[in-house]
Design a protein around this ligand. Structure first.
Ligand code: GLN
Length: 475
C-alpha cells in the first residue's frame, strides 16, 4: 500500500485496472490496524467503507463514477456525519449521534470518496498538541515520543502514516497548518467562508474553517474544488466562484514575495527552521522572483487578539452543551442548577473550561470594551495590514511554526507556552486569508519543518499553483 502515495497514483492504477476500490480500502484498513497504537482514528467505518468500495467499483465498471472514486478519506471528530457519533473529542458529547451530514462531507460522498473513519483531535479544536482529547493523545509517526500537533492531530497522522489518502480537519488558528508542518504533509486552510461550516461543531465561528490534509498539492486542490462553494445551509459561505484548482497548478510567472522580518528574527524561532526558510527565499531569488523583507510590527498583538476573540466566541458557542440537548448528563445532579453545573464540570476538559472562563470574562459587562471591543479593533488593523501587504505582494512566506514537533508533556503545564505555538499561524486566521503549509526539509532530529504561504482572500488557485512550484524547490 505504501506505493500509493497520492490519489493521482491510485487513479492511474484504477484506470489501468491494476487495482479496485475494495482492494484499496482493504489495504488502508490493514494499515489502520497495524498502526492502531498511533491513535489517529477514534472510529473506523470498516464495513460501510468496504460496502461503499464495492458500489463504487460497480460504478467505475459502468463508467459512472464521480471524480473522487478511489479516494479514501478520514474526517476530524468535529464534522457531523449522519448516523455516526461525533464527540469533538469531548466527554460532554459522549454518545452524541449526528442527525445530518456536514456539507463538506456530503460533497465528498457525492463525488464517490469513501469515508473510512473519524479522526482524533483536541477537545473542540482547542489545542496545539492533541494532548487535550478524551480519546487520548495521538502519536507522531515520525517519532512516537513527540506530538503530532493540534488540534487536527489525528487528521495529520492519518495522512502521514498512510492510513487514508487525504483527510479533513479544521483550522481556527492553525489547526490544519501546524499539525501538517509537524508531520510533513500538506495542510491547507482556505479563505474564511470558502467552505461551508454547516455540520461543523463550532469553536470560534468567525475564525473556523474546514481544511484539507494530503500528500500532494494536486490532491488537496482536487478536494477543495469539490467541497468549496456556496451552501444554502450556511449563510456566511461565500458566493464567489470556485475554480477547477487541480487543473490550474502550472506556475510560470515571476512572483512578488514578501517575508516578515519579525518572524525570521523571532527569538522563538528554531535555528534550523530559520535556515530552511531563508534557503527557500534565496532559491526564489535565484529563480528570478522578487523577494523582499517587510516589517510586521503587529506580530506581538496577534496572539492576544486571537485568544480574546476566540475564547469569547467559544464561551458563547459552548453554552449549548448543558446536559439538556446533547450527549452527557451528570448522573450526580439533584436539581436543575446542579445538573447544569455538574454536567459542564464533569463533561468539559481543563483547557476547554479555561477558555470558557476566559471568554466569559472578556465578554462581561465591566470588561467588554477593554478586551472584546478592543480586540475587534486590533483584528481590523491586522486584517487591513495583511490585505494591504497582499495588494503589493502576491504571497507572504513564513515558517509555519516556531519549532518542530515537541515531546509529549513539554508544554502541557504551561498554557501560554502552548499558545505561543500558534505565533505564525494566527495571522491568516485573524485576517481570514488562505494559507497553506508545505514540507520544507527536516531538523537535526529528522522532524519535518513546515513552510507557510499566505495569499489574498479567494486566491486559492494562485496559492495552490505557487505551492506546487515551491514543493519542487523544497524537494
Ligand atoms: N492551537 C490553536 C488553539 O488552540 C488553534 C486551534 C485551531 O485552529 N482549532 O486555539
Amino acid at each position: 500500500m505504501e506505493r500509493f502515495i497520492s490519489f493521482e497514483e491510485i487513479k492511474k492504477s484504477l484506470d489501468k485496472k491494476e487495482t479496485d476500490c475494495q482492494t484499496i480500502v482493504g489495504h488502508y484498513l490493514q494499515n489502520i490496524q497495524t498502526k492502531a497504537h498511533l491513535n489517529a482514528f477514534v472510529e473506523v467505518y470498516e464495513q460501510s467503507s468496504l460496502e461503499k468500495a464495492k458500489q463504487i467499483d460497480e460504478k467505475i465498471a459502468l463508467g459512472k463514477a464521480g471524480k473522487l472514486a478511489g479516494m479514501v478519506i478520514g474526517i476530524k471528530d468535529v464534522l457531523c456525519y449522519e448516523g455516526h457519533e461525533s464527540n469533538a473529542s469531548s466527554a460532554i458529547l459522549k454518545g452524541f449521534e449526528a442527525q445530518f451530514t456536514s456539507t463538506a462531507v456530503q460533497r465528498l460522498i457525492q463525488e464517490d470518496a469513501i469515508i473510512i473513519g473519524r479522526l482524533n483531535c483536541d477537545e473542540f479544536g482547542m489545542g496545539s498538541s492533541n494532548e487535550n482529547s478524551v480519546h487520548g493523545k495521538v502519536l507522531n509517526a515520525q517519532d512516537e515520543s513527540r506530538v503530532p500537533g493540534g488540534s487536527s492531530g489525528g487528521s495529520a497522522v492519518a495522512v502521514q502514516a498512510n492510513l487514508c489518502t487525504a483527510s479533513l480537519g479544521t483550522d481556527t488558528g492553525g489547526s490544519v497548518r501546524q499539525p501538517a508542518a509537524f508531520t510533513g504533509v500538506i495542510g491547507m486552510k482556505p479563505t474564511y467562508s470558502r467552505i461551508s461550516r454547516w455540520g461543523l461543531i463550532a469553536y470560534a465561528s468567525s475564525f473556523d474553517t474546514i481544511g484539507i490534509f494530503s500528500k500532494s498539492v494536486k490532491d488537496n486542490a482536487l478536494i477543495m474544488e469539490v467541497i468549496a462553494g456556496h451552501d444554502e445551509f450556511d449563510n456566511t459561505s461565500s458566493r464567489k466562484p470556485i475554480f477547477p484548482y487541480s487543473q490550474l497548478l502550472h506556475f510560470e510567472k515571476k512572483a512578488k514575495v514578501a517575508y516578515l522580518k519579525e518572524t525570521i528574527e523571532s527569538p522563538a524561532l528554531q535555528p534550523e527552521i530559520k535556515e530552511q526558510t531563508l534557503k527557500v527565499l534565496d532559491q526564489l531569488r535565484e529563480e528570478g522572483h522578487e523577494v523582499e523583507e517587510v516589517s510586521f510590527p503587529l506580530l506581538d498583538y496577534i496572539l492576544p487578539t486571537y485568544y480574546i476573540l476566540t475564547t469569547a466566541e467559544a464561551s458563547s458557542n459552548l453554552s449549548r452543551f448543558d446536559g439538556v440537548k446533547y450527549g452527557y448528563r451528570s448522573p450526580n445532579a439533584h436539581n436543575l442548577e446542579s445538573m447544569y453545573k455538574l454536567t459542564r464540570t464533569e463533561g468539559f476538559g481543563e483547557e476547554v473550561k479555561r477558555r470558557i472562563m476566559l471568554g466569559t470574562f472578556v465578554l462581561s459587562a465591566s470588561y467588554y470594551d477593554a478586551y472584546f471591543t478592543k480586540a475587534q479593533k486590533v483584528r481590523r488593523l491586522i486584517k487591513e495590514y495583511t490585505e494591504n501587504l497582499l495588494q503589493d505582494f502576491d504571497y507572504i512566506l513564513l515558517p509555519t511554526t516556531p519549532s518542530t514537533a515537541f515531546k509529549f508533556g513539554e508544554h502541557s503545564d504551561d498554557p501560554v507556552a502552548m499558545y505561543l505555538e500558534d505565533l505564525f499561524t494566527v495571522q491568516a486566521s485573524v485576517s481570514g486569508v488562505p494559507a497553506i503549509s508545505i514540507p520544507n526539509g527536516r531538523d537535526k532530529n529528522g522532524m519535518p519543518i513546515g513552510l507557510q504561504v499566505i495569499a489574498n482572500s479567494f486566491k486559492e488557485a494562485e496559492l495552490y499553483a505557487f505551492s506546487n512550484y515551491l514543493t519542487q524547490l523544497t524537494d
